[in-house]
Ligand binder design. Structure first.
Ligand SMILES: Cc1ncc(C[n+]2csc(CCOP(=O)(O)OP(=O)(O)O)c2C)c(N)n1
Ligand SMILES: [Mg+2]
Length: 345
């Protein structure tokens, strides 16, 4: 049975995941992880004020990003989505500018906290700090696309843009989640809601948020497709999101995807996770790390070699170094910019 699974996956790769795409995915995982690690160090060195990490979540984010038409479809991310945004086209420099709060930072010109990712030219929409507010906003974007489609307002040969939005499982307890999903389902909107279920909302475990097994089970209440996937498996997530993209783009409505994952680090630079979970639990999950798994898989497939993996490590390290020195040398924004434009500029 296990052998058959491998064969099926190999065939699927032949179609839409050629080796260069798989390696591109691998590099995005690596770059995000190495940037993230550097940010923790910068915080502990006192060079930056705050860091909220995407570690452990990179697998589902890269898988989801590659299933989209990147730069064409809309993405309304949440604070852990560094690997997602790097995969769409943001750069290591963009991420470093944000964490240092320097002039030229693309998300908000450094007026938001770091990890409020946004990039207008890539259709990445910057979110607000209250969790889950992005869900009805993303449904609104999807509504506009559907409206354009129905009323013949899309350009000749233009497809409906799909909107992907992300949030954590704890944030599904917010009313915004219900409103966004219900609206999307009633109006058949081209929306994908990716819940990154890492089992905790800061210190609050899953079973204190819901009495069902996980967020995907909630989909039936909205009359929409709900799928749970191993979020530490890049390719599995890619497949599920790709199907959701096809459903959305062809007018068959929204999908709720639950990616089961884990954050192996504290909630943020200001959290001590030892107060609410055991070290044994964290160590167990580290064995299922999405990057280790993707690496093992690509080595077994003959797509990656140890030598190439080392080259990628070196490339990621120098990209992080370069971005760090660049951002550190940029000035802070002008004071007047603090009360500058909100909707344009
Ligand atoms: C409306 C609102 N309430 C509380 C917070 C504080 N807060 C920030 S992140 C977070 C936990 C969210 O957990 P989850 O949705 O599971 O996402 P995760 O951080 O685990 O990825 C909380 C309570 C907030 N930002 N917004
Ligand atoms: Mg969570």
């Amino acid at each position: 049975m296990a052998d058959q699974t491998v064969i099926i996956r190999r065939r699927q790769h032949d179609e839409d995941l050629p080796p260069e795409t798989l390696l591109d995915m691998y590099y995005k995982l690596l770059l995000s992880r190495r940037l993230d690690e550097r940010m923790w160090v910068l915080h502990r060195q006192g060079k930056v004020a705050f860091h909220i990490s995407g570690m452990g979540h990179e697998g589902c984010q890269v898988g989801a990003a590659f299933a989209l038409r990147r730069g064409y479809d809309y993405v309304h991310p949440y604070y852990r989505d560094m690997a997602l945004c790097l995969s769409i086209g943001m750069t290591a420099r963009d991420m470093m500018l944000a964490i240092y709060g320097r002039k030229g930072e693309p998300s908000s010109g450094a007026r938001q906290m770091p990890a409020h990712f946004g990039y207008k030219a890539l259709n990445i929409v910057s979110g607000s700090s209250p969790v889950a507010t992005q869900v009805p906003q993303a449904a609104g974007i999807a509504f506009a696309e559907r409206y354009k489609k129905i009323n013949g307002l899309l350009k000749e040969g233009e497809d409906m843009r799909v909107t992907l939005t992300c949030l954590g499982e704890g944030s599904t307890s917010q009313g915004d989640f219900y409103e966004g999903l219900n609206w999307a389902s009633v109006f058949n909107l081209p929306l994908i809601v990716l819940v990154q279920n890492n089992l905790y909302a800061i210190s609050v475990p899953l079973d204190r948020q819901m009495s069902v097994g996980g967020p995907a089970e909630r989909a039936c209440a909205y009359g929409m497709t709900g799928i749970a996937v191993d979020g530490n498996d890049v390719i599995a997530t890619y497949r599920v999101v790709k199907e959701a993209v096809e459903r959305a783009r062809s007018g068959q409505g929204p999908t709720l995807v639950e990616a089961k994952t884990y954050r192996p680090v504290p909630h943020s630079s200001d959290d001590d996770d030892r107060s609410y979970r055991s070290r044994e639990e964290v160590e167990e999950w580290k064995k299922k790390d999405p990057i280790l798994r993707m690496k093992a898989y690509l080595l077994a497939e003959g797509v990656l070699t140890e030598a190439l993996a080392e080259e990628y490590e070196e490339k990621a390290r120098s990209e992080v170094d370069e971005a760090n020195s660049f951002a550190e040398q940029q000035p802070y924004p002008d004071v007047e910019w603090g009360v500058g434009p909100v909707f344009a500029g």
